[in-house]
Design a protein around this ligand. Structure first.
Ligand code: SIN
Ligand code: MN
Length: 260
């Protein structure tokens, strides 16, 4: 899996890159089934929607399910990650945002790196997010919305809300950007919503401004997100967050050999 120079340039310019249909229907079905099984496992790795027993997000499925352990090492993801970020990367975080039908809540406008700088004392934004769409993303089911080029503006906020939702996992609402900032960003960069078939992949920068609306449609919007960090950029905090939130194994990941 090699990116063209055009694709590399797009990522640098826009802060994200979409590759459609990297995974087959059968592969996506297997991932969905693995997720649904993992979403039934109780524990702190499972975050529920406010006031509901429906699953909002599940962390670290790769520690419980072989399908996700394999996915984070597939050359289809790791090849571009190594080309765009560094040859030497490890898994910083893995989560699946479920955004269930009829009520999956929004993800406020934010920049990921601020969360990791505040919570983990991560020295630099030397990371990349890789999402695999487990459902088709449409205008109806709360697709991810990017502010193209905003990664080049650097961090636009410095702190975390005093009344944050959780000590451990950082909800985007805790670090959300203000309305005036968003209006200025929209005027400067515009918006781009990621609408693509299930099995498509989006690579995105840790400083790009992004968010997504609630899902009031009858369709789920399950999104797998793996965050890879450069191995020379480990967290400095003396009080690391739990392992399901922040990976501790900094051994460089090797792509699986078979054509997967
Ligand atoms: C979303 O699932 O729409 C937001 C993802 C994220 O910011 O991590
Ligand atoms: Mn995010």
């Amino acid at each position: 899996m090699r990116l063209s120079s055009d694709q590399m340039y797009q990522y640098e310019r826009d802060g994200f890159l979409v590759l459609e249909n990297l995974f087959s229907v059968a592969e996506v079905e297997a991932l969905r089934a693995a997720f649904e099984a993992d979403a039934r496992v109780p524990g702190p790795q499972r975050v529920l929607e406010d006031g509901s027993d429906r699953v909002r997000a599940v962390y670290a499925s790769h520690e419980r399910r072989p399908e996700f352990a394999e996915l984070i090492r597939t050359p289809r993801l790791l090849g571009p990650v190594r080309a765009l970020l560094s040859e030497s990367v490890y898994l910083y975080q893995m989560k699946i945002n479920a955004k269930p039908p009829f009520g999956g809540d929004k993800w406020g406008w934010h920049q990921d790196y601020l969360a990791w700088q505040l919570a983990d004392q991560l020295p630099a934004p030397k990371l990349i997010n890789v999402t695999v769409l487990l459902d088709e993303a449409t205008e109806f089911n709360g697709p991810l919305i990017m502010v193209p080029g905003s990664h080049a503006d650097g961090l636009l906020r410095e702190d975390r809300a005093d009344d944050h939702r959780s000590e451990q996992h950082l909800d985007p609402d805790d670090i959300a950007l203000g309305q005036e900032e968003l209006a200025a960003l929209a005027a400067k960069h515009g918006f781009h919503s990621i609408k693509a078939p299930a099995g498509s992949v989006v690579f995105f920068h840790p400083e790009i401004v992004h968010g997504s609306a609630p899902n009031m449609s009858p369709f789920p919007r399950r999104l797998f997100i793996a965050t890879y960090n450069a191995t020379d950029n480990v967290p400095l905090t003396p009080n690391p967050r739990p392992r399901y939130l922040v990976g501790r194994d900094v051994t460089p990941l090797e792509p699986l050999e078979a054509a997967r």
